[in-house]
Design a protein around this ligand. Structure first.
Ligand code: COA
Length: 275
């Protein structure tokens, strides 16, 4: 029986089979991130990480927009005179947007539509994959407010944008479309708005069909080796491969080897690669 999903003040959870949508839910404020939204996202992501039915998480926003950035009223002005409240909000904001998403045990996809501004960039980058609508609007608008892309945003954009684009869009605050985000590979791909959910679900269901352990270890490996030397990477990847062999409860490697070598029923090179 499908377990009931938890409810939060500023975040909504929806299921579609093995795929769980974790939805920023302040549509009337274009999903601007309040301190409460940050706390709710921390809890929601922890819940989905442990939920047995969830194999893939899609992070998106309610009401046709992804996120209008930090809530200027509640996150910035609202915590101005209260150092403890500011620290609590800042910790929670960093925790889910980077720490949790970038180390998430299950594959994550950012599904972006409408507006995505400022602090909304961080979760898009921290997710393993990102798909956007062609007509989405991205903007590193901090400079227009007289602030910098802080809370890790400036660092995060340099992880996925080339240096020229990161500098250009951070310093000018100029907007770019989903189609442009796709062309510069800020996201995996950009699709017509009316195909966004379908295309995102296609990727999600593909990921859900594979061995969870293999998917998890692969994404951890790709993420980790980026900051290693060749020799460190070789050693780490050998250890990681050995660890996967012992940790995969589904024994995906052995199963695939038997199917390919003995039963001759599995040829990933010909496309029958769902596992
Ligand atoms: N912080 C706080 N409130 C925000 C917000 C933000 N980042 N973005 C939008 N809102 C609020 C608006 O104040 C408005 O509240 P109200 O109904 O109480 O007046 C509500 O959300 C709807 O916004 P509105 O501007 O009327 O909608 P729109 O569709 O015309 O424009 C945006 C949407 C996102 C283009 C526009 O609100 C905007 O430019 N927001 C700021 C984006 C930004 O620069 N974020 C980075 C912050 S560092």
């Amino acid at each position: 029986m499908t377990e009931a999903v938890p409810t939060y003040e500023c975040v909504k959870i929806e299921r579609e089979g093995p795929v769980t949508f974790v939805i920023l839910n302040r549509p009337e404020k274009r999903n601007a991130m309040s301190p409460q939204l940050h706390l709710d996202m921390c809890e929601a992501l922890d819940w989905a990480a442990e939920d047995d039915e969830t194999r893939v998480v899609i992070v998106t926003g309610a009401g046709g927009n992804f996120c209008a950035g930090q809530d200027l009223k509640l996150y910035f002005r609202g915590t101005e005179g209260d150092a403890k409240a500011r620290a609590r909000a800042r910790t929670a904001a960093h925790e889910w947007r980077w720490n949790k998403l970038s180390m998430y045990p299950k594959p994550t996809i950012a599904m972006v539509h409408g507006y995505c501004f400022g602090g909304g960039f961080t979760p898009v980058i921290a997710c393993d994959f990102a798909i956007t609508a062609d007509d989405a609007t991205f903007g590193l608008s901090e400079v227009n407010w007289g602030i910098i892309p802080g809370g890790l945003v400036a660092w995060a954009v340099t992880q996925v944008m080339n240096y020229r684009d990161a500098m250009y869009y951070s310093v000018t605050g100029e907007k770019f479309s989903g189609a442009e985000a796709g062309a510069m590979k800020f996201v995996n791909k950009s699709v017509p708005a009316d195909k966004l959910r379908e295309e995102t679900m296609k990727l999600a269901n593909n990921l859900a069909s594979k061995s969870p352990a293999a998917v998890r270890y692969t994404k951890e490996a790709v993420r980790s080796v980026r900051n290693m030397s060749k020799d460190q990477a070789l050693d780490y990847l050998n250890c990681k491969s050995d660890a996967l062999k012992f940790m995969d409860p589904e024994k995906g490697r052995e199963k695939a080897m038997t199917q390919f070598l003995d039963e001759k029923s599995f040829k990933p090179g010909l496309g029958n690669f769902a596992r």
